[in-house]
Every structure is written in structure tokens, then in C-alpha cells.
Ligand binder design. Sequence first.
Ligand code: HEM
Length: 503
Amino acid sequence: AVVFNWPDPFLDTLEDQLYRLGFSSASGFALNCAARQDTTIAAQWLRLAYHDAATHNSTTGTGGLDASIAFEFTRAQDVGEGMLASLGDFLGVQNQYVGMADTIAMGAINAVIGCGGPVIPFRGGRIDATEAGPATVPEPQQDLDSHIASFQTQGFNETEMIALVACGHSLGGVRQVDFPLIVTEDVPTGVQNFASNVGFDNTVVHEYLNSTTENVLVVGSNITTRSDLRIFSSDGNVTMQSLASPDTFNEVCADLIGRMINTVPSTVTLTDPIEPFDFKVWNTHLFPQGGSLAFLATLRIIETGANRTVTMFWKERTGTFCPTEGCSIAPFQVESEVPSLYGQLKGVTAFILHSFNASIDLVTSISHFWFEINDNDGSAPFIVDNNGANYTIDQDVLLYDPRRTIATFASQPVVVVGVKDSSTSTNVTALSMIANPILDSDPGVPLPINITTVFELDSSNPPADGYTFYSAPIVNTLDNTIRTTVNGTAYSLWVRFLTAAGV
Ligand code: HEM
């Protein structure tokens, strides 16, 4: 599994989105196999992921799960309102580090578990395409040889093709409005489902094998578009029979859907699987406050059942202020939080959030911090110090100020940052990622976009504690990277959340 060395905005974001409740639409909306547009959100997400991945060419190492679907969804082979609806679901959780392609992949694994299917490992690091890929999504009217060839190009052999189609067609169905030549008989809901049940399981396999299937790609009156029949029966039903065991079905589908979402251009390297981090420093803020520096930090710990005491320690940046063993403080707040479904399925019962609100000497400041944990069960207390490297605060020149910032839901937040020793040449900017709004009239390319905001000297916050304050209204409250150059040195600060416990 991947190792988290703080600060790592990329892993920090992905791990929150995977394991914490409410941190990503891609982990929330498909829960309980929720219905939408006469199918399920999960079915729409899984189909979207497959169509995005199907642009892969394993010979040239191009295409794959790269969000190129955002440029392709208007093609005939991608017909269906589920495509745009799914991209719309996912917009708004990307940032400078995590792109749409990772969200689509995360959506696919949540689609499967949201409908009761197996847990698929998540690797991150996909890179969003900037243009459409080739039109290589298989279509029902194509013959078996074409399907074998296109799955081969995408990296799957014939057996894997059979199983992957069965796994995918465990969910959802074919819409009459989009495929009138396939769904030729009236269906009351407008969708002819692949299986008689809604959830992710091998009902589609059983109903195929015992000839009760209503899968229109198997038994539809239009013989040309019986692609599932041709595919499923292509090896004399050997693969379909092997999928009759629910355990085998789940195992094979977890593996193949996992490979499908990890199908990326050869230039992309994915991380190792991201497992929930045992200890995670989260949402830190350092800012000037009434003659000292306020330092807010949360240590998130996976619940172990122990009645833990957690102490935060820190050392000064210059000079001497703290005792040799470090300055220390107890948390002002300890909260328990229910993890996401994915987290629960990985065995996390709760996250315990220990929040600290330390007052740091303004002159000597802070260079690094760490924690000591006592399980209070007679065992020796242990240190949590970022895998031995300490949690290092790399600078105190450019600081985001959550208390001076005015963040309300009613209006655009006015973000305030403090710059130490600033000269008149200071130029403060924020690079923010925002969701590109989908308009019904012209959906455009549903991918997030970057905007740059220039800060101005803040007349309502006069200089204090050696800092000069700059402010700007900022559209996005989820993720901003603030930059400035002071006396020739460039500083950058990642601000993911505008507020924190203790603000
Ligand atoms: C030869 C290969 C395939 C063909 C010809 C094919 C064809 C189709 C067609 C015609 C539909 C109906 C779409 C609609 O009405 O919106 C559909 C739906 C679907 N397909 Fe496939 N498919 C193939 C492979 C796959 C694979 C490999 C997966 C995923 C692993 C997949 C996942 C899905 C899902 C989840 C739906 C339901 C979508 C919904 O209910 O909104 N398909 N497929």
C-alpha cells in the first residue's frame, strides 16, 4: 500500500475522498444502488468508466481511463443521458492534484460496492486528457471477431472479455429511446434491464445459463445486436459456467473491473493501492493572532478500541523557546466520525479526530511538530512523527488566515492571507480549480477549469504581528493554491479548506 508522508496534497485528497463520508460525490451518490433515469446511478457510472477506458490501445500505449469521455460523450457510441449526468455528478471534487479521471475510477469502485458488489483496490494518479480519444467503444451490431479484437487492443483476452461484459452487464440495461432498434418491444420503464434484479451480482449469468434471461443483447428480436449472446457463448459457455459461483463472479469482476479502471496511457504511473492511513495529519492552519501564531491541526486516527491520550509536540523555528522535549499541548476536541462505505468495508469502524489549537511564540515560531500517543493500557507510549521525518512546516512567510477570512455560505468568501516582511513588490495570487458549469443548452466540456485570482492589500485588516494582509473574493472554497514572491523568494501554500475546528 502507498505510504503517506505529510504534506502530500494528492494522497491527502484521494484518501479523504475514498474513506471519509461526504468528501466526494463519487463515494456518495451511488450508495444503496440509488435509482436514476430508470436505471441506477451505479450502472451509469460503471458504463461511463468502461467507455472512457475503451479508448486504450495496448500496442501504442495511448488512451485509457483518462477522462477523454468528457470530449466524447456526444458520439453515437456513447449515447445516453447517463454519460453527462455522471460527469455532472463528478464535477466539483477535483483539485490541482486530483483530476476527473481519478474521480471516474473512484466512481466505478463505489458503483460496484454501492450495489453490493466486491471491494476493488483504488490506485490514484490518472491524468486527464485534453482531447478526445479514438472512437473505439464496442457496439452491439459489430461481429464477434471485432469484439475480440477491440478487447484485445484494450488489454483483455477472449475469456476476460466474456467475464468483463458479464460483470458490467450485472447492472442496468438498454434504453429504448437510445436504442430503438434493440429494444423493439415496449418496456414500461423505457429500459430493458440485463438482469431481473438491481444489485451487482451474477443473476445476469444465471439467467443466461438457465435461459430465463431478458437481456436484450442476448434474446432481443434483432439478431444483429445480440452481442452479449455472441460473446457469452463464444467459448461454449465455459467462462459463463465458471461465473455461476457467486464467489468466483465477485473475485473475477473485482480483478477485471480493477484492471479496467487501471487501464491508462503508458506515460501514466499509478500509485500502489491507497489503504486508509492509520495516522493522518489533516487540515492544518498557521496564522498570526493577537501577538502570537495560532496553529490548528487535526490528527486523524483509526479507531482501535484503545482509550488513547494524544499529545502534540512542536519545536521553534529560530532561537529557543520550548523545553528540550518540545512544547506540548493536549487536544481541545476529540470527535468520532463514521467512515465511507468503502472505509467500512475495509474494516474501519471509526475515525477519531484529535484537534489541537496551539498558541505559538511569534518570534521563535514553529519548525516542526509530532505526536505522542498513550494507549493507557500499560504499553509504552509511542511517537507519530511522519514516518520518522517529522511534520515539517516549510515556511511562515505566506500564511492563510482562517479567522480574518469571511467564509459564509451566503456569499462568495473573501479570502485573507498574511505575508511576513512584505515589500511593495509583493504580488499575491491564488490558483483555484472550479467546476466548469454544465449548461443544458451547451454542455461544453464537463471538466474542471483553473482560474487565477489576484489579491489586493486588505484595507479592513491593517498590518499586525509582522504580517501584511491581502484579500480577494474566491469562487471555490474547496481547493486553492496561494502564491507570492517576497524579496525574490517564491512561496506557495495549499489551502484546501477555508475553515477548521477551532477557527
Ligand atoms: C462488446 C462490449 C459491449 C457492448 C456492445 C455493450 C453494449 C451496451 C449497450 C448497448 C448498453 C445500453 C446503454 C444504454 O441504453 O444507455 C449497455 C449498457 C451498459 N453497459 Fe455495456 N456493452 C459492452 C461492454 C460493457 C462493459 C465491458 C462494461 C463494464 C465493465 C459495460 C457496462 C455497462 C453498463 C453498466 C450498462 C448499463 C448502463 C445503464 O443502465 O445506464 N458494458 N452496454
